[in-house]
Design a protein around this ligand. Structure first.
Ligand code: KIV
Ligand code: ZN
Length: 385
């Protein structure tokens, strides 16, 4: 099994999501939980952005015990100094440098030529390396960059001391096939790539961030960047829980695993949602309220007989005590009987038929039937139907 490192950027890229900003103590709570979750790297913030961001990075760096802590920095001395000042007491500090490498970003945003960008990479990575051993280098808008130039930028970064090369699909533009090809190309053309981690950082503008990340793993990526609940700029980043559970569930297919303690996933997702006040959509894969809920009678019957009929993962693997049977108009007698038994009612087949008829009538009028609805149905047993 190939071991994939999980780089969590909930507290940096995720925090850039509208409505998701967090204060210092909230970030610390989240960082402690991410450490317990077993991610390899926590990107704690972008130290140069504000004194508050710098304080948060510093506090997380001093608190976190197991994983590495990173701060983002542009390829500029002031950014690198700010990142290092905030990080230097971490057990495992990492400076994360980035510069844009696509024509459109270099021309309109950076106003730099290719040669100037290459020089900036060489200088900044070397300077950061003089402060810190672990240096990640990211090519912003890498997926829309000229491939030869991208490979040259990465090669220069490795020569200057980078330990991780991260290739972002910054605007979520690529398809899984394109990301696969790009990573294969970089594996072949970047000098020294075999000595560093190659990392994928995908955004979800076309809803393909997780699929793209998995394609990068197939092509040789050894680190993935992601956020809890997939929060992040615009449509968000690749969701941590989806990547981790895809690898966990389809281990045979990917031949890869992470060090994440999957039973901590639900707790982590809930904590983030309660801190930010941003609800988890009910149909969100892995952590949505409906992810392990069954309403249809056919599905309920199957799951009660053998959960694997309709469940590819165990709810308990994610830290949810058990899957739920939602009672509604599509539900059948098996789930009704189970719920009645949970409530302490043993009913005969004949009694169940009577209650079931009443249940269906009520379910036509109400979206879901609660335990107190059922209580009322049972207590009316034997009355007019
Ligand atoms: O999406 C992106 O390009 C980024 C980089 C700064 C790593 O978040
Ligand atoms: Zn990003």
């Amino acid at each position: 099994m190939k071991r994939i490192k999980v780089f969590d950027t909930t507290l940096r890229d995720g925090e850039q999501s509208p409505g998701c900003s967090m204060n210092l103590s909230e970030k610390l709570d989240m960082a402690r939980q991410l450490d317990a979750l077993g991610v390899d790297v926590i990107e704690a913030g972008f130290a140069i952005v504000s004194p508050e961001d710098s304080k948060s990075v510093e506090a997380i760096a001093k608190t976190v015990q197991n994983c590495a802590v990173a701060s983002l920095a542009r390829c500029a001395k002031g950014d690198i100094d700010a990142a290092w000042n905030a990080l230097k007491e971490a057990k495992h500090p990492r400076i994360h440098l980035f510069i844009a490498t696509s024509e459109i970003h270099m021309e309109y945003k950076l106003r730099m030529t290719r040669e100037q960008v290459l020089e900036s990479i060489r200088e900044s990575v070397s300077y950061a390396k003089s402060l810190c051993d672990d240096i990640e280098f990211s090519t912003e808008d890498g997926s829309r960059s000229d491939r030869e130039f991208l490979a040259e930028c990465c090669s220069v970064a490795v020569e200057a001391g980078a330990t991780v090369l991260n290739i972002p699909d910054t605007v979520g533009y690529c398809t899984p096939e394109e990301m696969y090809d790009l990573f294969r190309y970089l594996k072949e053309h970047v000098r020294g790539v075999e000595n560093v981690d190659l990392s994928a950082h995908c955004h979800d503008d076309l809803g393909m961030a997780v699929a793209n990340t998995l394609a990068c793993i197939r092509a040789g990526a050894t680190q993935v960047e992601c956020t809890v609940n997939g929060i992040g700029e615009r449509a968000g980043n690749a969701s941590l829980e989806e990547i981790v559970m895809a690898l966990h569930t389809r281990a045979g297919f990917y031949g890869a695993e992470t060090g994440v303690h999957t039973q901590q996933i639900y707790k982590t997702s809930k904590l983030l949602s309660s801190i930010t006040g941003v609800p988890i959509p009910p149909s969100k894969a892995i952590v949505g309220a409906n992810a392990f809920a069954h309403e249809s009678g056919i599905h309920q019957h199957g799951v009660l007989a053998n959960a694997q009929t309709y469940e590819i993962m165990k709810a308990s693997d994610i830290g949810i005590p058990k899957s739920t049977m939602v009672l509604g108009k599509h539900s059948g007698k098996h789930a009704l009987r189970e719920r009645l038994e949970d409530m302490g009612y043993e009913v005969s087949d004949e009694q169940l038929n009577v209650i079931f008829t009443r249940f269906k009538k009520l379910a036509d009028k109400k979206k879901t039937i609660t335990s107190s609805d059922l209580e009322a149905l049972v207590l009316n047993r034997g009355q007019k139907d």
